[in-house]
Design a protein around this ligand. Structure first.
Ligand code: DC
Length: 220
């Protein structure tokens, strides 16, 4: 199997870029952030706060987290219910970042991620894919951009929906990146053998093209 790992901070455009690149390459796109979001949603639905570490660990055996691919698009399920839209709520972003620092949560989701990559050519994105989940991926990319540029892009997507300000978006991104980078287990960092793609001054198409070119070099 051919595996591509893409890691990077929040708002680097990983999912939209990964979607476009995987479609062109004919790879399955696996968004691992969606799995952490599903666990976070499960905890919130039980009335827990993301800081309730012990209760969240105790809840894990009762959480059935699965994913299915419908027309090549990933859907995530919590105890059989399709929660693919609910996990995008803003409060779930922060909750996902917080619960993802719990080692038992990471272990809980580990096999699911690895088995997807064993059985399919995948392009998988997240925070620890190149470092922990798929250390043998044939191509690893660390996708980033300045915090200001990432916040600007996210603000453009959100401003009509949420009435949120650019400053709030920037503060949320910085807070989440800090937490994801400073946790003890599998923190966000660039794998030593990853290619760094700083997309601050690149267009969407240029980034997708750069990934396709790297993939074709590695896989031909
Ligand atoms: O990619 P995302 O923004 O949907 O991810 C939500 C949170 O999940 C992110 O802030 C940290 C966590 N996460 C993780 O710890 N490891 C991954 N491989 C993917 C996401």
């Amino acid at each position: 199997m051919f595996n591509i790992a893409i890691d990077g901070p929040a708002g680097a455009g990983k999912s939209s870029i990964a979607k476009a690149a995987s479609a062109e390459l004919g790879f399955l796109y696996v968004d691992t952030g969606a799995l952490y979001r599903t666990v976070a949603l499960g905890a919130l639905k039980q009335g827990l706060t993301p800081e309730d570490k012990e209760q969240i660990i105790a809840l894990l055996p009762d959480l059935d987290v699965t994913m299915k691919f419908v027309d090549g698009e990933q859907r995530v399920f919590l105890n059989g219910e399709d929660v693919s839209e609910d996990i995008r709520l803003p409060e779930v972003s922060w909750a996902a970042s917080t619960v993802s620092a719990i080692p038992e949560v990471r272990t809980f989701l580990f096999d699911l991620q690895q088995s997807m990559a064993r059985e399919n050519n995948v392009l998988m994105d997240g925070r620890d894919i190149g470092t922990v989940v798929l250390p043998d991926a044939q191509l690893k990319i660390f996708l980033t951009a300045t915090p200001e540029e990432r916040a600007r892009r996210r603000y453009e997507q959100l401003k009509d929906k949420d009435g949120i300000t650019y400053e709030e978006v920037l503060a949320d991104l910085n807070k989440r990146d800090y937490q994801d980078t400073h946790r003890d287990v599998a923190p966000l960092r660039q794998a030593e053998d990853a290619v760094l793609l700083d997309t601050t001054d690149m267009s969407f198409d240029e980034v997708v093209e750069a990934i396709i070119t790297l993939a074709k070099e590695r896989f031909s």
